[in-house]
Design a protein around this ligand. Structure first.
Ligand SMILES: Nc1ncnc2c1ncn2[C@@H]1O[C@H](COP(=O)(O)OP(=O)(O)OP(=O)(O)O)[C@@H](O)[C@H]1O
Ligand SMILES: [Mg+2]
Length: 258
């Protein structure tokens, strides 16, 4: 069942998502459709494309909405501590394990875990993750007691997981298990109609913050932005909007100034 454009607009407004391209609307539609299930979701898209909004939409539209939501940046946690963060440890599991610690999979029981930058997980952690995905079972670090949890998993990555699999750095079975429902956020250059909407939003935010009139673009300047490649996607567009807002004295920006 497709959501109406009105329903999609409501979701965007409540999550602060700007844009009206078919690709963005499709991604939001799939997120809401899959939210009512417990299926794993893999959010794919280039750096800065806007992947981080999707897991929140899924959690908020699911039966788990009232329960814990934990976002974990897998790339930011050192290899030596990630198992303990995710699955907990028992007292004495390693030198600094003075007390027992609950992991995110125990804390988020009944809720949702978002594993951002999932490609960065070390292989042993991938094995633990596969087990908890398949059976809900896990063991704390240093323990052989099997514990159970009921967690919905959403993962995201901006890297090509197929390449990681070929390089022996990502488990193929884990990939298939995570990729039950892929949600693709297209790059900004493939949703050109979102560019001026996003630019307007970011320059208004900037103007509100610093209490000045917002800048606006001439049609030629808009066309210039629309034809740029945006390798850093929405994140890069925000930086550009901020920079132009600071530097330009003229509040209408023509093509020569961009
Ligand atoms: N459609 C959108 N509307 C409003 N803000 C957006 C939109 N898409 C992205 N953003 C903003 O752009 C920035 C980058 O988005 P986000 O952090 O989701 O990127 P990402 O896809 O997770 O990238 P990376 O792979 O580098 O982590 C954030 O500040 C986010 O709030
Ligand atoms: Mg991100």
């Amino acid at each position: 069942m497709e959501l109406s454009l009105e329903d999609i607009q409501k979701i965007k407004t409540s999550s602060g998502i700007i844009g009206n391209s078919a690709g963005l609307n499709r991604a939001i539609n799939v997120a809401v459709q899959v939210a009512v299930t417990d299926l794993s979701v893999l959010v794919l898209g280039e750096s800065g494309a806007g992947k981080e909004k999707i897991p929140q939409i899924i959690h908020r539209n699911s039966r788990r909405a009232g329960k814990t939501y934990i976002a974990v940046n897998c790339g930011a946690i050192p290899e030596g501590t990630i198992d303990s963060e995710l699955f907990g440890h028992v007292k004495g599991a390693f030198t600094n394990a003075i007390t027992e610690r609950k992991g995110y999979f125990e804390e988020a029981n009944g809720g949702t875990i978002f594993l951002d930058e999932v490609a960065e997980l070390p292989m042993p952690t991938q094995a633990r993750l596969l087990r908890v995905l398949e059976s809900g079972e896990f063991m704390k670090v240093g323990s052989s007691k099997v514990e159970k949890t009921d967690v919905r998993i959403i993962a995201a990555t901006n890297v090509n997981l197929q390449e990681r699999i070929n390089d022996g750095k990502f488990r193929e079975d884990l990939f298939y298990r995570l990729n039950t429902v892929p949600i693709i956020i297209p790059p900004l250059r493939e949703r050109k109609e979102d560019i001026h909407l996003l630019f307007r939003k970011f320059s208004r935010d900037f103007a509100d913050k610093y209490n000045m009139p917002a800048i606006s673009l001439t049609p030629e300047a808009t066309a210039l932005l629309e034809n740029y490649r945006w390798p850093g996607n929405v994140r890069e567009l925000k930086h550009v909007a901020d920079q132009i807002s600071i530097i330009e004295k003229e509040r209408t920006i023509s093509a020569d100034s961009t």
